[in-house]
Design a protein around this ligand. Structure first.
Ligand code: 13P
Length: 255
């Protein structure tokens, strides 16, 4: 199973900038064929990304979606609208949405259920805040987020799921988790999935680390046995830095 490295652009890039980025990164893609690569542009740039990545191995993800399939939901985006652009993955429960937009575990659960039902692969984000870490409640927080999000999910769907461990204190701070912290959290997530869904089903779920990942430190995360990829914010915004990161990940995995 290839590691999965996803670019989460958050609220950055126009459609024109997206086209430019995708064209640049495509030229390099043979250098990181050992890694499954994914870009998650804002909704308004999905069409541009989809066109620019046509017949490339680089896949497309969305940063969010609604839990309803369609209807009177002003401002929301449904799964079928993402599928129209060839979107394969969707980030759900990112800490910025949990903390800034008030998304709770139940909303995250409904989105996961809808995404899986529509044939999209959710990237479920979990992770503790700095205060929770200081209180020693990291494990408890991760388990609560997992059980809340995956209540009702059937084992047959679990290999489509990616779980991203993103400690909130490491996001955009330049202060990445230590490989040891990332390894412990990923092992905890893997253990939870095995207990809940059985080890055969859980073996198909990839676990990413996210939080201040860059070309210089990606190798120390993807070479950890329980970690199979990364969710990257800041370092994914420039084609040069993202392709350097992808190449470093590919090299680390090959060794
Ligand atoms: P940074 O890589 O900028 O820390 O962001 C991580 C993140 O939130 C990816 O979803």
């Amino acid at each position: 199973m290839k590691p999965i490295i996803a670019a989460n652009w958050k609220m950055h890039k126009t459609a024109a900038e997206t086209t430019e980025f995708c064209r640049a990164i495509r030229k390099e893609e043979s250098a990181f064929s050992g890694v499954e690569t994914l870009v998650c542009p804002p909704f308004t740039a999905l069409a541009a990304a989809s066109a620019a990545l046509k017949s490339s191995h680089i896949k497309l993800g969305a940063q969010n979606m609604d839990y309803e399939s369609r209807g009177a939901r002003t401002g929301e985006i449904a799964a079928f609208m993402l599928l129209e652009f060839g979107v394969e993955y969707v980030i759900i429960g990112h800490s910025e949405r949990r903390h800034q937009m008030g998304e709770d575990d139940d909303l995250v659960r409904r989105k996961i259920e809808t995404a899986l039902g529509a044939g999209l692969k959710p990237i479920l984000c979990v992770g503790e805040t700095e205060a929770e870490r200081e209180q020693g409640s990291t494990e408890q927080v991760i388990k609560k987020q997992l059980s809340g999000a995956l209540e009702g999910t059937e084992a047959q769907h679990i290999s489509s799921l990616v779980v991203a461990y993103e400690p909130v204190w490491a996001i955009g701070t330049g202060k990445a988790a230590s490989p040891e912290d990332a390894e412990n959290a990923a092992a905890l997530i893997r253990g939870y999935l095995q207990d809940r869904f059985g080890s055969v089903s859980a073996a198909g779920t990839r676990i990413q680390y996210g939080g201040s990942v860059k070309a210089e430190n990606i190798g120390s995360f993807v070479s950890l046995p329980p970690v199979q990829g990364a969710l990257v914010g800041g370092a994914s915004l420039e084609a040069d830095s993202f392709s350097a990161l992808l190449k470093a990940a590919g090299e680390a995995v090959a060794n």
